[in-house]
Design a protein. Structure first.
Length: 100
């Protein structure tokens, strides 16, 4: 039994629920960005694979392939950045939750 529960029996007030919802919003947004960059990287990997398999005879494919690899690298960096942002937001959310 925790000392903080007292007579509240673990129930949150409406103000505390509103604070939690407000603190949860950045975590959800960061997670959506992470998923967006993940799906974009999957699409880029499939495009690179199919281009290497079928597009080797097409003129100018080497230049397009270099751009695809560059976009894939940028996408992976942005996905990694959004993961770190999500972790930071989740830590902040957990500290707020622990205080309640």
């Amino acid at each position: 039994m925790s000392e903080n529960t007292g007579s509240r029996e673990g129930k949150l007030t409406a103000e505390e629920i509103a604070v939690l919802e407000k603190a949860k919003r950045p975590v959800i947004i960061a997670n959506r960005f992470r998923l967006f960059f993940l799906f974009a990287s999957v699409v880029l990997v499939i495009a690179i694979y199919l281009g290497d398999k079928f597009g080797t005879g097409i003129g100018g494919y080497e230049k397009l392939s270099a751009w695809l690899y560059l976009f894939l690298l940028l996408d992976i960096v942005l996905m990694l950045l959004s993961v770190f942002i999500k972790i930071g937001c989740a830590v902040r959310y957990n500290h707020i939750l622990k205080k309640l």
